[in-house]
Design a protein around this ligand. Structure first.
Ligand code: IPM
Ligand code: MG
Length: 361
């Protein structure tokens, strides 16, 4: 059976890194017998420019009909002054909600070859391998009411609403407990239950679930402490589960522990295993078009796609191994190079992964 993959390059460095990920897919097709059909579509600012909307109907259809979506990145200064509904980020957020991709997996893995690229001391980060499970379709990102209104005294007031229903908490909780079961059986739920009622409910639902998953050890931590612990002693964590905005923030912090946000993939899953896969680093408009972006996060997103949506774990292992090989061979894009190291281009890094895969086929 052929897997249908929607390819949405997006903006900034998106097209450059997606090009390398597509070459990896092509090798898997031609040399490893992976059966795929790909279809490309515009999203984000590129879609706005071409069709006047960051998530045009044809793109949504392509994404819906696919078994998995591979996305580059969206956003850029060019579109920042557009009204909110037309901004590139809105295209990404709408994809997440339209496809009900509520469970966002953001692994932070430190490759041993890159210990020196981390801003933390080697003994703090060596061997780091944690997974943040971020709720992705609820919370303050989507809560109503929201807006900017004029108060009686004439000044403006901005407001957003942080809401979570029990069922939303329960489904992300289950997702996280299941992942903990496949890892070290430890789950840390992050909230702000000392201040927020919504967190009080979050904590009580998580605690309720723990009775069902009694083989998993559940702990709770306030988000401010979690942020501190992530940089103090990150290896105490294995799987963390948290809401949309806390997860957005903590996953950037966790990413940087690994030396570069340019290394980290992500998966956003619905309840049937369909998913959207994207690097977590964003569109990096400052380096777009220069051919220097790190394609490894996107290539590793292909690996996650094979593992979580396409049931091709062996091929995922091959990609992960190929990435290990190119790092062993000393290839570094600028973001992961330590002082004095030679750096390579986006294309050269893609070439190296492709060669490593060919060599093993
Ligand atoms: C992320 C990004 C997005 C988010 C933006 C681009 C809307 O920061 O995927 O973490 O806030 O979710
Ligand atoms: Mg973010």
């Amino acid at each position: 059976m052929s897997h249908k993959i929607a390819i949405l390059p997006g903006d900034g460095i998106g097209p450059e890194i997606i090009a390398e990920a597509c070459r990896v897919l092509e090798v898997l097709r031609s040399e490893y017998g992976l059966s795929i059909e790909t279809e490309r579509a515009d999203v984000g600012g590129a879609a706005y420019d071409a069709h006047g909307h960051p998530l045009p109907e044809p793109t949504l259809r392509v994404a819906r009909e696919a078994d998995a979506v591979l996305l580059g990145a969206v956003g850029g200064t060019k579109w920042e002054t557009l009204e909110r509904a037309l901004r590139p980020e809105k295209g990404l957020l709408a994809l997440r909600t339209e496809l009900t991709l509520f469970s966002n997996l953001r692994p932070a893995i430190l490759y041993p070859q890159l210990v020196a690229a981390s801003t933390l001391r080697p003994e703090i980060v060596n061997g780091l391998d944690l997974m943040i499970v971020r709720e992705l379709t609820g919370g303050i990102y989507f809560g109503q009411p929201r807006g900017i209104r004029i108060l009686e005294d004439g000044q403006r007031q901005g407001f957003n609403t942080l809401v979570y229903s029990e069922s939303e908490i329960e489904r992300i909780g289950r997702s996280a407990f299941e992942i903990a079961r496949k890892r070290s059986m430890r789950l840390c739920s992050v909230d702000k239950a000392n201040v927020l009622e919504v967190s009080e409910l979050w904590r009580s639902v998580m605690t309720g679930l723990a009775a069902e998953y009694h083989d998993v050890e559940l702990s709770h931590m306030y988000v401010d402490n979690a942020a501190m612990q992530l940089v103090r002693n990150p290896k105490q964590f294995d799987v963390m589960v948290t809401g949309n905005m806390f997860g957005d923030i903590l996953s950037d912090a966790a990413a940087m522990l690994t030396g570069s946000i340019g290394m980290l993939p992500s998966a956003s899953l619905d309840s049937h295993g369909k998913g959207m896969y994207e690097p977590i680093h964003g569109s990096a408009p400052d380096i777009a078009g220069q051919g220097i972006a790190n394609p490894l996060a996107t290539i590793l997103s292909v690996s996650m796609m094979l593992r979580y949506s396409l049931n091709e774990a062996t091929l995922a292992d091959h990609i992960d191994a190929a990435v290990g090989t190119v790092l062993d061979n000393g290839l570094r894009t600028a973001d992961i190079a330590s002082a004095g190291m030679h750096t390579v281009s986006t294309r050269a890094m893609g070439d190296a992964v492709v060669d490593a895969l060919r060599a093993k086929s």
